[in-house]
Design a protein around this ligand. Structure first.
Ligand code: ZN
Length: 477
């Protein structure tokens, strides 16, 4: 029997405002526990919340970029529940009139499938605190620093059919929000976290199966593993004649399995009601247009520009604009050296490989546009050869390197002096008669070995063109 997996995503994103959503406390990550708090965000009786206008601006920016309708008259509601990380015993969120609705995110998966994921809504809300379970002393501590940090929750329609589509969507979401500057989207610090609602059904069926929800998945790898595990688990349950129970499950990334956390609450369990302490938010044309006009050039537009302005291949333009930090790096380096094609080649080759090896994102690397543009210039002027440039690149990737000084201090200038190279070529030919015989008896590949020997003698600094020319000349005398 063929099964189909159906998924919807709820993605929580912490907004990069300086202060919290309803008070002036800092949103900075970390800090001494309970040092970023005030009576408002710790829910003291008698305090009143005031909406941070920047939160509304950022939510609108995200909504416009994700092709949503902006609700010009939107309101906050109270979501009531008791939990130790929520001192007010209710969360201020939006249920009835969320700020954004009906969006659309075009995605393209690794295997080339293109489709649109529909956004049901985006609403604004406040984050809760953190509980730290100290198993050693058998106690739990509360840190309220995160209480009141602004969030948007992006709720998709159940449009996903594979883990691959989910990853493509999250990648696009992350990139868009980084371009907008509304969040740093650091999954490891929890500023972007995804909940996956998943059910299975027989292929071709229109009806939805019973779904489970997996909470707070915080890396792309964990999400893909959790999805594949949960789909298989549900299929097993049904094929053995059982029923999937609607529940919230927690993914254990160390054990590679999920387990039931609690049976899923329904919306009415929260006793939502309109927040009486906050007036509705009315967005007039002037406010809406000022936000719309402040949107930066986004990935898709940038990609098209790179293709037309710099003649980059579509694949390269797509990769480079996929991360805002990478696009910024490309543009700054190109402005310095005036050679977009060469900059793109370095990014697509050495840089991508390094990012992959180190497992980091472009925004976390130490390489500067100045270092790469200098390297490109030195290769162009034939001051250093490409292999040396790659070695220097590997160093400049991890530290702020003065490339010109480094080349001078380490005496890395390329050797192009034909007299000097000729002498070495002659020595190598004299010392490697076996390879020379091989070459003369038709094994043309032997020249590669001789070339390597010459470069070794030249400490890797030989001009490959000159060495190659003289080697051929001497062998064919
Ligand atoms: Zn506060």
């Amino acid at each position: 029997m063929a099964w189909e997996t159906v998924m919807g995503l709820e993605v929580h994103v912490e907004l990069a405002t300086k202060s919290k959503i309803f008070c002036s406390c800092t949103t900075e990550f970390g800090g001494e526990p309970n040092s970023h708090c005030c009576p408002v965000c710790t829910g003291m009786p008698g305090t009143l919340p005031v909406v941070n206008r920047q939160v509304v601006n950022y939510a609108m920016k995200a909504g416009i970029a994700l092709n949503c309708d902006i609700t010009r008259y939107n309101k906050f509601d109270r979501k009531n529940y008791f939990y130790p990380d929520l001192p007010k015993a209710y969360q201020i969120s939006q249920l009835y009139l969320p700020i954004c609705r009906n969006g659309r995110v075009p995605i393209e998966t690794e295997s080339g499938l293109k489709k649109d994921i529909r956004i049901h809504e985006i609403h604004m809300e406040e984050d809760a605190g953190k509980l730290i379970h100290d198993e050693f002393n058998d106690e739990t501590k509360c840190d309220y620093n995160r209480c009141g940090v602004p969030l948007i929750e992006i709720v998709s329609e159940p449009d996903f059919r594979s883990a691959e589509e989910v990853i493509a969507y999250l990648t696009k979401l992350k990139s868009t929000l980084e371009y907008l500057g509304v969040s740093d989207c650091k999954m490891q610090e929890g500023s972007m976290r995804a909940d996956v609602n998943l059910s299975v059904r027989q292929a071709g069926s229109e009806e939805f199966g019973t779904r489970t929800e997996m909470k707070n998945l915080n890396s792309f790898k964990a999400i893909a593993k959790a999805i594949n595990f949960e789909a298989k688990r549900q299929i097993d349950v049904i094929e053995r004649g059982g029923k999937v129970i609607q529940e919230t499950r927690r993914w254990d990334d160390n054990k590679d399995k999920s387990y039931a956390m609690r049976s899923k609450e329904n919306a009415q369990d929260y006793r939502y009601f309109p927040e009486p302490d906050l007036p509705p938010i009315e967005i007039d044309d002037q406010w809406y247009n000022s936000v719309k006009d402040s949107l930066p050039e986004l990935a898709e537009a940038k990609k098209q520009r790179y293709i037309s302005e710099f003649s980059l291949p579509e694949y390269d333009a797509n990769m480079i604009t996929g991360q805002k930090a990478l696009a910024d790096f490309f543009e700054e380096t190109t402005a310095l050296c005036g050679n977009p094609k060469e900059v793109s080649n370095w990014i697509m080759g050495e840089l991508m490989r390094k990012l992959g090896d180190e497992g980091i994102e472009a925004k976390d690397m130490k390489l500067t546009p100045k270092a790469l543009s200098t390297l490109i210039g030195l290769v162009e002027k034939k001051t250093i050869n490409r292999n040396k440039a790659k070695e220097i690149f590997a160093i400049a990737f991890n530290e702020d390197l003065d490339v010109e000084k480094y080349v001078k201090d380490n005496n890395l200038e390329q050797v192009s002096d034909e007299g000097l190279v000729l002498e070495i070529v002659k020595n190598v030919i004299a010392a490697n008669s076996k390879a020379v015989d091989d070459y003369n008896s038709g094994n043309k590949k032997a020249i590669g070995f001789l070339m390597g020997q010459c470069m070794k003698e030249l400490k890797g600094k030989g001009d490959p063109g000159v060495v190659n020319k003289l080697l051929n000349q001497e062998l064919n005398k």
